[in-house]
Design a protein around this ligand. Structure first.
Ligand code: NAP
Length: 222
């Protein structure tokens, strides 16, 4: 059955593979990214007919724009089944004492505010699909903090909290919301970290009907 999958941050290495994988499985794809040039390049690689693709260059910090995008995706595909939220950005290497307020604000923007807007805008229609999925990728430091990672970890912890709470709020609707934990993404293929292929395989499982009962978890992939 064809489903509509919204992917953010799709112009990164992981998002790219996720978009290609779910497109090849026959699903409709909505790509929300900031950089039109990178989006255009990704779309060329997908080779999807226009009716199966929604692309929008959008700043996901703009709440009203995210709500408008959610309405547009729903109008185009008739339903929305899955949100794979992969917006990235990292800062670290400094103690809390040496960290700047600007860096904290930037991390909270990228990870918390984008997630808040997306969940508010898309969760009702995802829940209406009765087999909805929300997936993010995070780091095990949210459970076991390590020195000099406080700002990123604080933001990812708050993002995880939003997703795990959503998992509880919509559990009667067949919606599952889960987190994949990796220490790092091996985007260059040098064997350090978890490969995009390994992460997308986990996403494919979470997306499947067989994962209906997997909800509100942190899946360790490291
Ligand atoms: N990389 C790692 O080692 C690692 C480890 C653990 C968890 N993760 C998580 O895994 C996910 C994917 O990571 P990644 O390294 O593939 O990400 P990434 O390449 O750093 O970022 C992905 C995309 O996020 C987009 N983005 C940033 N802010 C945005 C905004 N306000 N609105 C719209 N798009 C925005 C960027 O678009 P532009 O190019 O247009 O700026 C970028 O293409 C992230 O959630 C990250 O936190 C990553």
């Amino acid at each position: 059955m064809t489903k509509a999958i919204v992917i953010t941050g799709a112009t990164g290495a992981l998002g790219n593979l996720a978009a290609k994988t779910f497109a090849n499985q026959g699903h409709n794809i909505a790509l929300l990214g900031r950089d039109q040039t990178k989006l255009d390049s990704l779309v060329r690689g997908l080779n999807l007919p226009g009716e199966r693709l929604y692309i929008e260059s959008i700043d996901l910090l703009n709440g009203p724009a995210v709500h408008a995008a959610a309405r547009a995706v729903l109008a185009k595909f008739g339903s929305v089944n899955t949100l794979i939220h992969l917006v990235g950005g990292w800062t670290g290497g400094r103690t809390i004492q040496d960290s700047s307020a600007a860096d904290l604000e930037s991390m909270l923007n990228q990870h918390v505010w984008t997630t808040f807007h997306l969940l508010q805008a898309f969760a009702p229609s995802i829940a209406a699909s009765r087999s909805g999925r929300v997936i993010i990728v995070s780091k095990p430091e949210t459970v076991n903090p390590v020195a000099k990672t406080a700002l990123y970890t604080a933001a990812k912890s708050a993002q995880e909290s939003l997703v795990l709470t959503l998992a509880q709020e919509y559990r009667e609707n067949g919606l599952t919301a889960n987190i994949i934990h990796v220490r790092s993404i091996d985007a260059k293929g040098d064997g350090r970290g978890t490969s995009p292929a390994e992460i997308v395989a986990a996403m494919t499982y979470l997306f499947s009907d067989e994962a209906n009962k997997v909800n509100g978890t942190r899946i360790p992939l490291y």
